[in-house]
Design a protein around this ligand. Structure first.
Ligand code: ARG
Length: 258
């Protein structure tokens, strides 16, 4: 009996290991089902975040509106930032919108849509001796895991004492507020929103933009038809003023890539 059970375990394990990778659904399939599974992070105000128990923000309303126009209902999933692109490749969801910048490394593994805003990162600190990148020498910098801010600090601040990784930006911010880090590097729009809603401490945003990036939604490789429909509808939203309205509502200005 025990032997049979063991054989069975071995058999299921083999099945599991040999299971074909799941693929994100084609646009045709999505259109047929009239539902798309879109994953986001939910910790990146004002783009994707929670107001009470409601997932909302610029990217959430933008995606809801785009898919509404395509006659497709959005089934939202809230996932750690770090897991979003892996899950997309594994077909665990069909689409991701979570402020991913278009980078050559990410382009190797996923398919980017047209950018829906342009931005860059800044240094946030309460240390009056930190005026710019050069002052991060021998300092501890907090960043969110898997972000372009993390990559930028690693590549451009060689004399940094430590780069502390946090699963999400609110934790990186808390590290600076509690003195576990000297500075926080994140997106300027996110930093501005964060300091507005939580003014605790004397954090300041340094004015210099460290780099510029184009942010876009993401589909699995090979899903060009889905990205084409998204891009076409995004252009329509820009043309009829809806993009501008959403951008002003959530971001306070127009951050379209010009
Ligand atoms: N734009 C940056 C990047 O591409 C930060 C994105 C962070 N997004 C989030 N949902 N926490 O890495």
């Amino acid at each position: 009996m025990r032997f049979v059970a063991r054989l069975f375990t071995l058999f299921s394990l083999t099945l599991l290991l040999n299971a074909p990778a799941a693929f994100a659904r084609s646009f045709e399939q999505i259109e047929k089902d009239k539902t798309i599974t879109v994953a986001t992070e939910g910790q990146f105000a004002p783009f994707n975040f929670f107001q009470g128990s409601k997932l909302t923000g610029f990217e959430v309303e933008l995606a809801d509106e785009i898919f509404r126009r395509l006659g497709i209902h959005v089934d939202w999933k809230v996932i750690n930032f770090e897991t979003l692109l892996t899950g997309l490749q594994q077909g665990r969801w069909d689409f991701v919108i979570a402020s991913h910048a278009i980078t050559p490394e990410r382009e190797k593994v996923v398919l980017f849509a047209s950018p829906h805003y342009c931005t860059g990162s800044v240094i946030i600190t309460s240390d009056p001796a930190i005026h710019g990148v050069a002052d991060l020498k021998d300092k501890t910098v907090a960043v969110a895991t898997g972000t372009t801010s993390y990559d930028w600090v690693k590549a451009n601040v060689p004399q940094v004492k430590d780069v502390k990784n946090f699963p999400q930006d609110p934790d990186a911010r808390a590290a600076v507020q509690t003195g576990r880090a000297d500075a926080w590097v994140t997106d300027r729009i996110t930093a501005t929103a964060s300091l507005k809603t939580n003014s605790q401490g004397d954090l300041k945003i340094l004015p210099a933009l460290l780099y510029r990036e184009r942010v876009a939604a993401v589909a699995a490789k090979g899903n060009e038809p889905l990205v084409d429909q998204w891009n076409k509808t995004l252009s329509a939203l820009v043309a009829d003023g809806t993009y501008d309205k959403l951008s002003r509502k959530w971001l306070g200005a127009d951050y379209a890539c010009h």
